[in-house]
Design a protein around this ligand. Sequence first.
Ligand SMILES: [Zn+2]
Length: 55
Amino acid sequence: MAKKAQGRHTVGLKCSECNRFNYAISKNRAKRKKLELRKYCKWCRKHTLHTEGRI
Ligand SMILES: [Zn+2]
């Protein structure tokens, strides 16, 4: 039996400076607004703005 992930999908958080995906999060589909979070980027080796994007 396949598990149904209703109303949820996985999106990636992409570094706005190097454009690499660093995080994968599960997001509620009801929230249409684009996520913007300050997270640590291991490639830039600092905290940068991460925006949501499809993996
Ligand atoms: Zn980066």
